[in-house]
Design a protein around this ligand. Structure first.
Ligand code: SF4
Ligand code: SF4
Length: 502
């Protein structure tokens, strides 16, 4: 069993006279925020490099699965084609977002706002139920750190080998290992930066431009910027991002309570901690189940000791659970000394089914209902949104005039947006004044066609008989009927005014 210099003290060990453990997870004494010792401690923490040890187990497997799932989606999605174009493309230049069969225009920004509200409630819900589960398994910082650490382990070795390598003076071997590691890191970071901007500019053209070294300066800038951010955050900053930069870590404490399912050390079972031989009956020797091997600390990517109680730096990754379960196996003790459970399960001795029942408390139910209502509303709204948008703009330069044939004429411009992917043929009608009629100003004999995912400005002339009309403004309606080649018809009616001059 491994021990090293990072081993924490095991002084919190004595049983109280009544037999129950005197030890409790203590709030870690910290210098006052804003004071000089606080800043010194924070800086010292940043400088103290964490060398997480590799671990295997059920949660390690889940983390690997999540790395594959998230990265297959991230790296693969921009290459996917849909009806002859990139399936997911946030084309900022053209101000259109393509998401499979859906084309979102700037007018659809409300969907984005609702999506953000939905994400916020989802985060509240999952945090109230299971703490920082997102951080531990799906957050890009965790996922890229996991990938970069895997590369590091393959090239430099596991924890102790890496510590020794860093302590060694520079040599050809050390230089070679570091160069190999950084080469692979830079390649991954570069590919990540390239993929990221491939969501905002067609990735195939981007790839061709990259091979020909003909990308624009902004494309180079953003690609290198994201590559640098990936390399810096996953290679060097790592847990410091979770500890000092992530705002979620700071406000999660208001969402987590004693009934939240989090990674918890069972101090009642574990204390008093201490080393022992497997042959010794530790209960008779007055010891708890924790053998104080510090493996749970060594595998922790943020370098904390979960035995000190739940801390805001814990990202809920479960690495300490896997490590401790292996130790419990070796000692022939029951697994789960560190496990996903609630704080009240430990303090009140609840069973797992009681813990699960307590998960469904009023605020969890409220978040769930809100999520369902907003989610269903969003889906229905997107599914039933019109494929045709029409805005009527009056021609300010020519309000209204009398023309030959005893008619009064007003000119408008129709801003027509086709949000579907098939061309639409428009039929125009007007109503609201007896004898009113409408015709496109350009080529009135030809049908007006708006191509798929396009907009078009259509000047139209509206005419009505002058006889019998008093001068003034009349409310009228302009109706646009759009037919697709699949036979679907969409009708949009817009209100405007018709001016009859003196
Ligand atoms: S891994 Fe388990 S047994 Fe070892 S120190 Fe951590 S809690 Fe104690
Ligand atoms: S304490 Fe355990 S769950 Fe929390 S970050 Fe460290 S290893 Fe992961």
């Amino acid at each position: 069993m491994n021990t090293d210099s990072s081993k924490p003290s095991s002084t919190q060990g004595a049983s109280s006279p009544g037999g129950s453990p005197a030890w409790r997870p203590q709030a870690v004494a910290r210098p006052q925020k804003g004071t000089s010792p606080y800043v010194e401690k924070a800086l010292a923490d940043v400088r103290n490099k964490v060398y997480p040890r590799s671990v295997s187990g059920i949660y390690a497997r889940w983390r690997i699965i999540m790395v594959f799932v998230t990265q297959i989606i991230f790296y693969g999605l921009p290459w996917l084609q849909w009806h002859g174009r990139q399936a997911v493309l946030f084309d900022l230049g053209a101000r259109k977002f393509y998401i499979f069969g859906m084309v979102l225009w700037p007018q659809d920004v409300v969907y984005l706002a609702v999506l953000l509200v939905l994400s916020a409630f989802a985060l509240f819900l999952f945090t109230a139920m299971a703490g920082r589960l997102f951080c531990g398994y799906a957050c890009p910082q965790t996922v890229y750190t996991e990938i970069f650490m895997w590369v590091e382990r393959k090239i430099e070795g596991d924890r102790l080998a890496r510590i020794r390598l860093d302590e060694q003076p520079w040599s050809a071997r050390k230089l070679g290992l570091k160069a190999a590691k950084h080469t692979v890191w830079v390649l991954i970071a570069f590919w990540t930066g390239f993929t990221f901007i491939g969501y905002f500019a067609p990735i195939r053209e981007l790839g061709a431009g990259l091979l020909a070294f003909s990308l624009g300066p902004w494309q180079w800038f953003w690609m290198l910027f994201y590559a640098f951010a990936t390399w810096g955050n996953a290679g060097f900053m790592r847990e410091a991002v979770c500890k000092y930069m992530c705002p979620y870590a700071r406000f999660q404490s208001v969402m987590v309570d004693d009934d939240t399912f989090v990674v918890t050390y069972d101090y009642k079972r574990g204390e008093p901690r201490g080393g022992r031989s497997r042959r010794v009956d530790h209960k008779e020797a007055g010891l708890g189940d924790c053998v104080d091997c510090t493996l749970c600390v060594q595998v922790c990517p943020t370098g904390i000791d979960i035995r000190d109680g739940l801390q805001y730096m814990c990202i809920g990754c479960g690495a300490c659970v896997d490590a401790c379960d292996q130790v419990m196996d070796k000692m022939d003790y029951p697994k789960g000394l560190i496990r996903y459970t609630s704080g009240s399960a430990i303090t009140e001795g609840l069973t797992q089914s009681q813990v699960r029942r307590r998960l469904f408390r009023p605020r969890v139910i409220a978040y769930t209902l809100l999520l369902l209502v907003i989610g269903i509303g969003l889906v229905v709204s997107v599914a039933t949104r019109s494929t045709l948008r029409v805005d009527v703009i009056r021609d300010r330069g020519a309000l209204g005039r009398e023309v030959a044939g005893g008619l009064v004429e007003n000119v408008y411009r129709l801003q027509v947006i086709n949000t579907s992917e098939t061309p639409l043929t428009l039929k125009l009608d007007a109503s609201g004044v007896p004898g009113i009629a409408i015709a496109p100003a350009d080529h009135p004999d030809q049908p007006v066609v708006v191509e798929g995912s396009a907009n078009r400005l259509v000047p139209v002339v509206v005419q009505a008989p002058a006889a019998g009309s008093q001068p003034g403004l009349y409310d009228i309606q302009l109706r646009v009927t759009a037919s697709s080649d699949k036979g679907r018809e969409t009708v949009v009616t817009e209100a405007t005014s018709f001016y009859v001059p003196r």
